[in-house]
Each structure stands twice: as structure tokens, then as C-alpha cells.
Write a protein that binds this ligand. Structure first.
Ligand SMILES: [Zn+2]
Length: 322
């Protein structure tokens, strides 16, 4: 069994706001007059998830706050063997909240650049937009994305009970502008949400997508089109979308011939970083190093990284295995 922190990995589905160290949150909170409680054991369920989301939002206010969490994200990812990350960030929501649309994104980009210099992790951004929020804000998100080369994609997140249809024009425009599109779909909602995301939603990957298994025809379509799935086992278990790790659909997704990648989604909340997620998968499903390397390769293949970087990472994964 090789060291999983040494396995070069691409991290495709992770929300910056849900990756903030608790100690950092406490320090930033104290400086901004927000009381952040001591963590009282592992979080569980949706209530805790929303509570923590609100807390992070209350704490992050100044350019230094955003810069710091982005920089520390790079440090933490480097320790996990992440070589390339596509970090989701709800830039327009923070910008509107703080009365300066550009500031949060500019500060995060600063932090990521410093993090790359110090820790060698290459990061790109995915600007996500909550389905519950206005179409107008989605256009603001696209506008921000178009103005920064480090932003590779935009997409929908948030409660899947809210339809994606109102945003059709936004994502068509995103694709026309040369941006990638990645939506959350098939996590809480079933095949209809995946069909919408793949159709008018123009998504190129499925954020979660685990409920594709509810419909064999859809499984065949996703396989034939080669649409990657961003599978986040610990998040699914914590939020109640999988009964347990042992009962997680990841092996069935692999057996169905789908392009399965492994991510954390909300590592500060699950307490499981990326190498830990690979370790859990190894232990739960008895995967050997060859399968774990395959999952890592899938992450690189499914990423929007430049081809030379992909080639290098594939070579490094081969070197890890052989
Ligand atoms: Zn997510």
C-alpha cells in the first residue's frame, strides 16, 4: 500500500468556503466581531452544513480574509498531494454582500498565486451560482468569470429542487465566451436534474451525479458521452445522500463504466481531506493501488488543466504506481 498523500491528484470539486480551517475562522471572526464557537465534534446533517455556511459568510469580510483562506487552501492541498485544483467560489454573492463585486475574487486570486509560489499547487477557479438566487446575479458571475483568466468555469450549485432552466441563456453565453460549465446535479435530485444539466444546462461534468444510477438509459448516455462524475463520498454520507460509506454508490458507478473522479466537496465540514477520501475509498471497497491510481488519472483527465500539465501529472501518477 503506497502513501496516498504522495499520489499526485487533481481536486475538481471543493468549495473554498467549505475548506476554511476552523482556527482561521475563529481568528478572522474575532477580528470582525463574530463569535466562532469551539468545534464540538464532527458535524452532521444539513442543519450543521447551513449553520457553518452562514458562519463563514459572516466572518469573511476584508481582502486579507479572502487572501488568507485561499493561501491556506493551497498549503492544505499540497499536504494532501493535490497538484492541481479547480476550486469553487461563490464570488458574486460575497461581492454583492460586501458592496464590491470584484474584491473577493481579486483577493482570492492573490492568495492562490501566493499559494502556488510557496506550495506548488496549481489552482483554477469555478465560479458557482446558487440556483435559489437571481438570474441577474448569475450574469454578474459570468461577467466576473470572463474578466479573469484563472477562472475556467461557471456553474450552478445549491438546492437542486430549484430548476436550472431559468439560467439557460447564461450558460449558453458562458460556453460561447470559451468558459467551461460544471453544474451540481444528481445529488439530491434524480435523473431529471442530470438531463437538464446535460441538455440546456450545457454542463461538461456532473457535480456529484450519483443518482444517474436511478435510470439505466441515462447511465448509458453519460457513459457514451464520456461525462465525468465528481464523486464526493464523505460529503454524500454527511449530508444524507448515501446511507454509509460502505453503502456508497461509487463502486456501482465504476462498474457501470462511468468516468469516476474523487473529491471532497466540503472538507472542513466532513473533516476528510483529499488523500483521506482516497484512503476511505480504499478501505471501504478494497481497492488496490492500481485502482486508486486509475481514480487519480480520471481526475486529471476530467480536469480543465492545460494539456502539458495533464501529461505531466499522468506521468507522475504512473511513477507513483511503478
Ligand atoms: Zn459541491
Amino acid at each position: 500500500m503506497r502513501d496516498l498523500t504522495a499520489l499526485p491528484k487533481a481536486h475538481l470539486h471543493v468549495h473554498l468556503e467549505s475548506a476554511v480551517r476552523w482556527a482561521t475562522l475563529q481568528e478572522i471572526g474575532a477580528a470582525n466581531g463574530v463569535v466562532v464557537p469551539e468545534p464540538d465534534g464532527p458535524l452532521g446533517g444539513f442543519a450543521a452544513f447551513f449553520e457553518q455556511n452562514n458562519l463563514v459568510r459572516d466572518c469573511l469580510r476584508t481582502p486579507d480574509d479572502f487572501r488568507r483562506v485561499a493561501y491556506e487552501f493551497c498549503a492544505d492541498e499540497a499536504a494532501q498531494g493535490t497538484r492541481y485544483a479547480e476550486v469553487s467560489f461563490t464570488a458574486a454573492a460575497h461581492g454583492e454582500r460586501l458592496g464590491d463585486l470584484d474584491m473577493p475574487l481579486a483577493a482570492v486570486l492573490d492568495g492562490l498565486r501566493a499559494g502556488r509560489a510557496d506550495f506548488g499547487v496549481e489552482c483554477r477557479l469555478i465560479l458557482d451560482h446558487s440556483r435559489r438566487r437571481s438570474v441577474e446575479r448569475a450574469w454578474s458571475t459570468l461577467d466576473l468569470a470572463r474578466r479573469h483568466d484563472e477562472v475556467v468555469a461557471v456553474g450552478l450549485a445549491g438546492d437542486e429542487a430549484y430548476p436550472g432552466d431559468p439560467f439557460t441563456e447564461v450558460f449558453a453565453a458562458a460556453r460561447e465566451a470559451g468558459l467551461h460549465v460544471v453544474h451540481h446535479a444528481g445529488e439530491a435530485e434524480g435523473p431529471a436534474s442530470i438531463r437538464q444539466a446535460l441538455g440546456d444546462g450545457r454542463t461538461e461534468r456532473l457535480g456529484h451525479g450519483i443518482r444517474v444510477l436511478d435510470d439505466p438509459d441515462l447511465v448509458a448516455e453519460v457513459r457514451e458521452r464520456g461525462v465525468p462524475l465528481e464523486v464526493c463520498p464523505s460529503s454524500n454520507v454527511m449530508l444524507g445522500f448515501a446511507p454509509s460509506l460502505a453503502g456508497h454508490p461509487l463502486p456501482r458507478l465504476r462498474d457501470a463504466g462511468l468516468l469516476v473522479t474523487v473529491s471532497t466537496d466540503i472538507p472542513a465540514m466532513t473533516g476528510v481531506p483529499l488523500a483521506g477520501e482516497y484512503a476511505l475509498v480504499r478501505d471501504a471497497f478494497g481497492y488496490d493501488d492500481a485502482v486508486l491510481a486509475e481514480l487519480a488519472r480520471n481526475g486529471v483527465t476530467a480536469s480543465f488543466a492545460p494539456e502539458p500539465l495533464k501529461d505531466r501529472l499522468h506521468a507522475e501518477i504512473d511513477a507513483w504506481l511503478h
